[in-house]
Design a protein. Structure first.
Lengths: 156, 301
């Protein structure tokens, strides 16, 4: 007979390990954001969020099929300017194993499997060094604050 | 239509470190020229290459009708040392994807994926080119050798949208592991059992199981010096020959699609005089090229 109790116990252990790894992954992102906050006066924040897949050829879709189609989402590492609403921009695709590691970062065309904490730190370091990511972060950092925008509008 | 593939570890610049003489580079250029223009090969992937070697090929060889992808993406302190040339009349390159695994402070180069469309066909062809670390840098019992196989398998499944059935995938390279090693046989699931691969399309078929030893029988005068693999290391204590260079096919090429593996035209390329160079310790060369062919299936029977 299958030993279900043993399997149950193994599942509990796996869940505990997965939770520990996910906390570790969160701590890497927290460290990253702490350092970025210091460097950008709290403007740039890195987050993991889902974006909706864009329909590439909208002309092929009837209104009905557009209505009926289930929206598809994909996970990303994104960045936002905390002071500006809806400013989040995708930096790279992101996937995380059910057990935490490996995490997969797809930056432009390159795929990086991050097998542990150090691997994830190195992967995120490579992400930040990318010229396109750098440009996105620079733009986010220099976005005008909402009150600046309204002041400029009044001055006109 | 027929599509032919060659993988060759040129031994010129291991891990991108330039070490070859101009004369040795000239030998490689002559062989590349022969492979592309005399043998009419459609896809040639090269290993242990660096920018200087690539420039020599671009300058010296007749590359009429070929396109070259000779970027060597940086990985940590190292670089990918693989590149490829392909016949543009038959193959349309869609994209290339370096795949790496970061573990601790190490970066493992899993493969370079090249996505092609074959002229006249709707389904893409994915080619994974690998040069895995040598046993010197990654011990035969290292967990990293398993990881290389696991992540290469993951990357293949990523391009295979249908569950339990792999896409049109061809893998080639110098794995520094042989067909029977766990990284390839177990983790990658590259089997010797063709019948099983036909019935279980999630398996890959590795025709290089058949090239593990000398193809000729022993002779009565015992003077045989034939090769017994693709890689020669003179100081080998149990064997001097290993089959590290392989071309592996998804089961899509075993009767599940428009293309069929031609196993008669799959094997080790032995050029006259080159075997002697491989066994000459003064030369840098230590790998034979390997080749594989797929043929279009005649739909009318």
């Amino acid at each position: 007979m299958v030993n279900f109790v043993e399997a149950f116990k193994a599942g509990l252990n796996s869940a505990e390990l997965a939770e520990k790894r996910k906390n570790e992954i969160n701590s890497v992102f927290n460290d990253l954001n702490q350092q970025l906050a210091d460097a950008t006066n709290g403007k740039v924040f890195i987050l993991r969020m889902d974006f909706r897949e864009e329909i590439k050829n909208k002309r092929d879709l009837t209104l009905l099929s557009n209505f009926l189609m289930e929206p598809k989402y994909y996970s990303t590492i994104a960045a936002e300017n905390k002071a500006v609403k809806n400013s989040a921009r995708e930096l790279a695709r992101w996937a995380e194993d059910r057990a935490g590691y490996p995490c997969k970062i797809t930056l432009d065309s390159a795929t990086m499997y991050c097998e542990d904490k150090k691997g994830l730190e190195n992967g995120l370091e490579k992400l930040l060094r990318d010229p396109v990511v750098g440009e996105t972060l620079r733009k986010l950092q220099s976005l005008p604050l909402p009150e600046q925008v309204s002041m400029e509008a009044t001055a006109d | 239509m027929r599509l032919s593939f060659v993988w060759w570890n040129t031994s010129l610049s291991p891990a991108g470190n330039d070490r070859a003489t101009d004369k040795q580079r000239h030998v490689v250029c002559e062989m590349v020229d022969f492979i592309l223009n005399r043998m009419q090969i459609d896809f040639l992937a090269l290993g242990e290459m660096a920018e200087r070697d690539a420039k020599a090929i671009l300058k010296t060889c007749d590359l009429t009708g070929f396109d070259a992808e000779m970027d060597f993406p940086k990985v940590g302190r190292s670089r990918f040392d693989t590149c490829f040339l392909y016949r543009r009349e038959k193959l349309v390159l869609l994209a290339t994807h370096p795949i790496i695994s970061k573990k601790g402070n190490r970066s493992l180069k899993i493969a370079q994926r090249a996505d092609f469309m074959i002229e006249g066909y709707g389904k893409p062809l994915h080619i994974f080119i690998s040069h895995w670390p040598s046993l010197l840098w990654c011990h035969e019992n290292s967990a990293d050798r398993h990881l290389l196989g696991v992540r290469l398998r993951d990357s293949i499944e990523d391009v295979s949208p249908e569950r339990e059935e792999l896409a049109n995938v061809i893998l080639m390279g110098d794995y520094n592991d042989e067909p029977f090693d766990a990284s390839l046989a177990e983790q990658l699931m590259a089997t010797r059992d063709r019948g099983l691969a036909i019935n279980k399309p999630h398996l890959l078929y590795n025709p290089f199981w058949r090239h593990l030893c000398c193809p000729t029988l022993s002779s009565s005068d015992n003077t045989d010096e034939g090769s017994g693999g693709t890689y020669f290391h003179k100081s080998g204590e149990i064997t001097r020959w290993r089959t590290f260079d392989q071309i592996i096919f998804s089961s899509a090429f075993l009767g599940h699609g428009n293309w069929q593996l031609n196993e008669e035209l799959t094997g080790i390329l032995d050029f006259e005089g080159y075997g002697a160079m491989i066994m000459d310790a003064k030369e840098v060369f230590d790998h034979f090229p390997v080749f594989g062919v797929i043929d279009e299936v005649n739909k009318d029977g």
